[in-house]
Ligand binder design. Structure first.
Ligand SMILES: Cc1cc2nc3c(=O)[nH]c(=O)nc-3n(C[C@H](O)[C@H](O)[C@H](O)COP(=O)(O)OP(=O)(O)OC[C@H]3O[C@@H](n4cnc5c(N)ncnc54)[C@H](O)[C@@H]3O)c2cc1C
Length: 379
């Protein structure tokens, strides 16, 4: 995907994962001239590895809960407009606990979620076995989030990229940002393999490489690569009424602590596959490992024994951009005009729309346009 060029855009977005593309879409919709530079393929890294959950159940920060709730509504609406191209499915999500200690943590989260208006029901062990027959006796209790959903993350990126282009955004694949020019403390341009683009604003949405891009302007970011692995099993039908995840995975997701034994379930009807997710270790390679896939299988045998008969179709892994303090979105120091949008960990698909809006507010609405030298298409 390469769209026509503009040599002096208002904003250059570095990175064309779901975050960069959403930022480009929202900025272009607001009337700014945007160029997105992608080192490889739009949506080709963490975004394409994801299982597309649009989940409130896995969120802890009130701002993320609110953002994911809004994303559920907006993405269902966008899917209707696109005649189902996003495969948005409000399937719900069951969060399971396998010990009394985990159940206590889950109950605490449910109370906190209810205070924030999230729809959630606590489910006892018998009710879980009755409604979710693949779940085994090691599960002592659960919470059901009926409004959680999922979609095809690659379809989402394509849809946002095409809407961004319709608003005039320009994007180039195979175009890594290799340098950023700064003049008198302000962003002055972006260096690519093909030349320099003059611009006053750069949004660093380079995922696990966001720290490398930030270093180009002397900014230090703590962004790590957290590997997730997925095992796809052939199944002509769904074996659960919706997604299933473990409370221990959520604890690991929030803390960054590696949780060796964890599994999550999602069904993808378009592919006739059950996707089992697991792993959250810090790693440098985005390949699935034999150990990682066996750990998913063995944990599934314990908590989801009803899947034991399914055959493996394929396996893959991806590197989530992760930071111990959560997503990094906005001004982080460095030259005027430098912003960051990264480190969404396991939540980037769900939080992409909100991040695009936040960055647009920061650049377009909350600051005097003259401060950034913005002209913009509608200025
Ligand atoms: C197995 C797995 C399951 C997941 N499941 C879910 C889920 O159910 N729900 C959810 O919300 N999230 C999920 N996630 C997390 C989600 O996929 C990520 O948070 C999200 O994709 C991050 O998007 P991004 O745009 O920041 O990064 P990426 O998609 O990695 O995009 C960053 C882009 O920047 C480009 N880039 C790098 N350096 C440069 C440079 N110098 N110049 C230009 N471009 C550059 C890269 O090529 C890349 O395309 C999952 C992740 C994994 C791995």
């Amino acid at each position: 995907m390469t769209h026509t060029s503009s040599s002096s855009p208002d904003v250059v977005v570095a990175g064309g994962g779901v975050i960069g593309v959403s930022v480009a879409y929202h900025l272009a919709e607001a009337g700014l001239a945007v160029t997105l530079l992608e080192a490889s393929r739009i949506g080709g890294l963490a975004t394409s590895a994801s299982s597309g959950g649009i989940l409130v159940s896995t969120k802890t920060r009130p701002s993320s809960i609110e953002a994911a709730t809004r994303a559920q509504r907006r993405l269902a609406e966008l899917d209707r407009e696109l005649h189902g191209a996003l495969e948005y499915d409000p399937c719900g999500c069951l969060v399971i606990a396998t010990s009394e200690a985990e159940l206590g943590i889950l109950q605490g989260r449910v109370s906190a979620h209810r205070l924030l208006g999230v729809a959630v029901a606590l489910i006892g062990q018998d009710e879980v076995r009755h409604g979710w027959p693949i779940v085994g006796p090691s599960v002592v209790g659960a919470a059901h989030y009926p409004n959680d959903g999922q979609l095809d993350a690659i379809a989402l990126v394509k849809a946002l990229a095409s809407r961004a282009a319709a608003f005039g955004a320009v994007y180039h694949e195979d175009s890594p940002v290799i340098g950023i020019n700064v003049r008198k403390g302000r962003i002055d341009g972006v260096v690519t393999l093909h030349g320099t683009l003059r611009t006053g604003v750069v949004v660093d949405a380079a995922g696990i490489a966001a720290a490398d891009v930030a270093r180009m302007v002397g900014v230090s970011l703590d962004v790590r690569a957290q590997r997730g692995q997925v095992l796809a099993l052939r199944s002509p039908k769904a074996l659960s009424p919706g997604r299933i995840t473990e409370i221990r995975s959520i604890i690991g997701k929030d803390s960054g602590e590696t949780i060796d034994r964890q599994v999550s379930y999602a069904y993808r009807p378009a592919r006739a596959e059950v996707w089992l997710g697991g792993a959250n270790e810090i790693a440098e390679i985005a390949d699935s490992t034999t150990d990682g896939i066996s750990a998913i299988r063995s944990r599934a045998a314990e908590v989801l024994p009803g899947l034991a008969h399914l055959e493996q179709a394929r396996a893959w892994a991806g590197l989530r951009p992760f930071s111990p303090g959560g997503p990094i979105v906005g001004w982080v120091g460095g030259p005027t005009g430098f912003l960051v949008a990264t480190a969404h960990g396991g939540d980037g698909i769900a939080l992409a729309l909100d991040t695009g809006e936040q960055i647009t507010r920061l650049i377009h609405a909350d600051r005097p346009r003259a401060q950034w030298g913005l002209g913009g298409q509608n200025a």
